[in-house]
Design a protein. Structure first.
Lengths: 367, 367
């Protein structure tokens, strides 16, 4: 692996001092901000995540705040998911599409109030699209990026750790719901959510200066739980089928191709900018779709580009995320496969840098 | 320095194979794509850039293509620079602002034809803003990112190298003009431009597959000129006062603060979205502005965050890019300084990780 050159443009986070003290070894860049990717080895981080509890600096999940009388209307313009039944205190996973139905981002949106929303974004400057649309339609809203940096607490011991710092009431937060909790006089939004399948929370830390005090308090409170600094884990998130925007889908893809049709209410999402484009695909279904792909191998290099999926000499798809799984003793991967070859059990080959490897379409992801 | 974790999301370029073969040591991420930052050492790369010729993979300068009857109108909406006199074949450096006058990007725009423009962007997803505005105003345009990847040829021997591959006519291209040239049957836009003060060209390589053949042809043709793989050089670009969006300015800043008032024709740029917000600042002038800052030191660490500029105990600005210059034997830096302390010769101190260092406001940059 090459080195990463530091610069102000690759923004640090409120938790960077803690991340560095914990011995971060590698980063990626996400929304022009540093996202840790490895502390010990990816395999050690993976085993620890599944058995204990980790603090993740996911400040890169920047918020697009939409406030004002037209806030609800604007958020509905962004997505084919029908938001009419959404209540304050709920989180929705929400595909965002352009006028062609191509995905621009796949954020989680938090409804703070009827006229105030946070869109917790994946890796693209969604702020620019939202601002541009608001400007063009002359909507009565304010759109900006507030000083909010999510800190995730993930792993089987997350409830125990969080209860020690925020009180037992955090245990009652339901999946994809959030509440307001106090930390040293600061109100914090805490949601039961996160980019792993190990359970846990995301704390929306408002105000840069409270970042390290919170990090330290959690580290201190969880010492006997073996709390460690961690990060979204490449192996675990593939096992869990958690998609990554920019890796597994781009603006070339519709939500339906990404298996997100269940988050699209194309018939009723009136006002959604991409609705017309998606009506046909919603009716007829996509011709390619995301699938779990098992690879018969004992090791895999980093998937830094699309690896073609072959049926004989015919390209029928591509793998976009892949890793060797210690727990499942095979290669786990996410791929986009043509409908002619997407049925469970279909035998394919993947063109990896290690050569042509046998691959199989699975019905579901591993976790 | 930490490592960078590869993934498909950090996009490779048509020239990545060449960059890797040349022994790239470090990258940054720019527009979600890999940008090399070092091949030998930054100092060796710097000395070579000033004496020979380098090929730079600047594919990260992605293009936003705007086509259609409303193309000219839309491009004018983006910028306070008056584009009415611009002819096909010209490049304009063009601050892009939002409705508050805050900078969203500082691209170079190429007018290919009255109804076709390429916006060659700095590090932000300007595509999303342009698409959002086009959508909201229902303009009759197509906006997308074409398969175009710039390759820069920079250094004092750039003319000689380019003439060998494209013919002597390239020597006649004037600064910030472009022409169409043939390479193996492919039409290529070649502009006299680039992110250094050493002279040279940017080739807008259209079509991924022609990337490596062109790279190899230039390497082969320039062997006796000591052509090497290079990249924008942190020291040289600061000496030259070349700003970096995300480092030296953000959406918090107006063009006037960035010293780009000469590219703003606020009185006549009718249709520019940020025009109203900029009228007052254009009249009264900004209260802080970019300045060349000399730092009295023999070495500097990477400037990975804003370093406060102090007048005694008062913060009067910040340094956002800095490096030790071997040629000028001092620290060279770019900073934003309050008007109370921006005059030439003002003595300040900069709070760097190496401690409090003496700093001086200079009238102009070094090159």
């Amino acid at each position: 692996m090459a080195l990463i050159s530091p610069s102000r443009r690759l923004r640090r986070t409120p938790f960077s001092d803690g991340v560095e003290a914990a011995g971060v070894k590698a980063y990626t860049v996400y929304n022009r901000m540093l996202l840790p990717t490895m502390f010990r080895t990816v395999e050690e981080d993976y085993a620890h995540l599944k058995s204990a509890v980790q603090l993740w600096d996911v400040s890169v999940e920047r918020q697009v705040e939409v406030r004002g009388p037209d806030a609800g209307r604007l958020v509905q313009m962004l997505t084919p998911r029908d938001l009419r039944g959404m209540l304050p205190g709920q989180c929705y996973y929400m595909p965002v599409v352009d006028e062609t139905g191509g995905m621009l981002n796949d954020p989680v949106v938090l409804k703070l109030a009827e006229d105030r929303w946070w869109i917790s974004i994946a890796d693209s400057d969604l702020l620019f699209w939202v601002k541009g649309v608001a400007q063009g339609y002359r909507l009565d809203v304010l759109v900006d990026e507030p000083d909010v940096s999510p800190l995730a607490v993930q792993g089987p011991k997350a409830d125990e750790l969080m209860a020690r710092v925020f009180g037992d009431a955090v245990r009652d937060i339901r999946f994809f719901r959030f509440g307001w909790f106090d930390f040293q006089g600061h109100d914090m939004v805490i949601a039961r959510s996160g980019y792993s399948k190990q359970g846990g929370f995301e704390i929306y830390v408002e105000g840069w200066d409270v970042g390290m005090p919170l990090w330290n308090a959690l580290m201190e409170a969880g010492r006997d739980l073996d709390v460690q600094a961690g990060c979204p884990n490449a192996i675990e998130r593939i096992e869990g089928g958690l998609l990554s925007y920019g890796n597994d889908m781009t603006d070339d893809n519709t939500p339906h191709e990404c298996g997100l049709g269940r988050f699209c209410n194309t018939a009723t999402a009136v006002g959604c900018i991409g609705r017309d484009a998606l009506l046909r695909v919603a009716k007829e279904g996509p011709v390619q779709q995301i699938r779990a792909i098992a690879i018969d191998t004992k090791a895999l290099p980093s998937c830094d580009r699309a690896w073609p999926l072959m049926a004989g000499k015919k390209r029928v798809g591509q793998v976009t995320s892949a890793a060797y799984s210690p727990d499942y003793s095979e290669g786990v991967a996410i791929g986009m496969v043509r409908m002619t070859h997407w049925d469970e059990g279909t035998q394919l080959h993947v063109q990896s840098p290690s050569g042509l490897l046998p691959a199989e379409v699975r019905e579901s992801f591993w976790i």
